[in-house]
Design a protein around this ligand. Structure first.
Ligand code: GDP
Length: 364
């Protein structure tokens, strides 16, 4: 599955957020085999009202949302790249996630110590980014040395790697993250293999005080401006509120939200933003037994999408019967869509679209 790492300086609200995320996920989806894999790793259901609409029409017995994994990566402090705090162990954890949710303290509270003695989320963001930049630089310098011999020997792969490493270093040396480097289509695979911390997409999570959850504040506005300049995403949420909501049942939660002037739980927005950040989309399989959502990267072909369900589906792929979500719901179900000529037979070259209801035919 896809993994988001929650990072941030100490005392910004990471654990509060992580606990709220995992608790809400387990409470909301009763049929959903939620698990906390490790104390700091949790799977959450991706909120998607379309799944419930489909299940309603098909009278599906079970509803199974698609999932995303969150990892609470504690231990980042100034100097981590030099081994301070959990240092390198922490950085290794970041290497393994697909994207970063960077929690920034945007709440004032004299009782909660700020590591630098003042609330300044933009500066905090820079502190962390600097650590990641230094870490990437050091790992690249090492790796460049390791491939020198292969490059001299004319190894094509090594030559490509060296070229990409140097492109990354050029940006990093200017204090910029590797994500600003424009990489040609042909180089993308090798680029990803470099697993640079600063090439991962970032979502800033502005943790504001309870009474500012609906409006944001000057701190979160400063973060929004920074995020826009960098081309990164941001969401405003109050971890404290989310923690409270996570202890309520669905009905109570809705009342609480409307009292706070919020139309959607912050966690739902966070999960959705993460999904968008990773350029993921959803297709559905729908029947009387179950309605289920599946995650694929945007641009996935039908056989690859089938492979998410089972490897055999991809290997033996014959064709897909496909109904667009709007047709399925608008016409009132599979048979009606079929009668209206809205069920399409699609071959190997079909690129699955967000919301497609899919039925795969395959050889065993
Ligand atoms: P972490 O070190 O980043 O994981 O931070 P924690 O989640 O442990 O939070 C640190 C402290 O800040 C805890 O005492 C939280 O209750 C408190 N905290 C977290 N979010 C908020 C918030 O939105 N407002 C206030 N006033 N305190 C918060």
């Amino acid at each position: 599955g896809f993994r988001m790492g929650i990072v941030g300086l100490p005392n910004v609200g990471k654990s509060t957020l992580f606990n709220a995320l995992t608790r809400t996920a387990s409470a909301q989806a009763e049929n959903f085999p939620f698990c906390t894999i490790e104390p700091n790793v949790g799977e959450v259901a991706v909120p998607d009202p379309r799944l419930y609409a489909l299940a309603d029409i098909a009278k599906s017995k079970q509803i199974i949302p698609t999932r995303m994994t969150f990892v609470d990566i504690a231990g980042l402090v100034k100097g981590a790249s030099k081994g301070e705090g959990l240092g390198n162990q922490f950085l290794a954890n970041i290497r393994e996630v697909d994207a970063i949710a960077h929690v920034l303290r945007c709440f004032e509270d004299g009782d909660v110590v700020h590591v630098d003695g003042r609330v300044d989320p933009v500066s905090d963001a820079e502190t962390i980014e600097t650590e990641l930049i230094i870490s990437d630089m050091e790992s690249l310098e090492k790796r460049l040395q390791n491939i020198v011999r292969k490059v001299r020997g004319g190894d094509k792969e090594a030559i490509q790697q060296e070229r990409l490493m140097k492109m990354a270093l050029e940006a990093l040396n200017e204090g910029k993250p590797a994500r600003v480097v424009e990489v040609a289509e042909d180089d993308l695979k090798a680029w990803r293999m470099l697993q640079l911390l600063t090439s991962k997409p970032v979502l800033y999570v502005c943790n504001v005080a309870e009474d500012e959850a609906a409006t944001g504040n000057a701190h979160s506005e400063a973060v929004a401006k920074m995020a826009a300049e960098q081309g990164n995403a941001h969401v405003v949420i109050s971890a404290r509120i989310e923690e409270e909501i996570s202890q309520l049942d669905a009905e109570e939660a809705e009342m609480f939200l409307s009292e706070m002037g919020l139309d959607e739980a912050g966690l739902d927005r966070l999960i959705k933003a993460g999904y968008n950040l990773l350029k993921l989309e959803t297709y559905f399989t729908v029947g009387p037994k179950e309605a289920r959502a599946w995650t694929i990267p945007v641009g996935t072909s039908a056989p690859k999408a089938a492979g998410v369900i089972h490897g055999d589906f991809e290997k033996g792929f014959i064709r897909a019967e496909t109904i667009a979500y709007d047709d399925f719901v608008g016409l009132g179900g599979e048979q009606a869509a079929k009668d209206a000529g809205k069920m399409r037979a699609e071959g190997k070259g079909y690129v699955v679209k967000d919301g497609d209801v899919m039925h795969f035919l395959f050889n065993n």
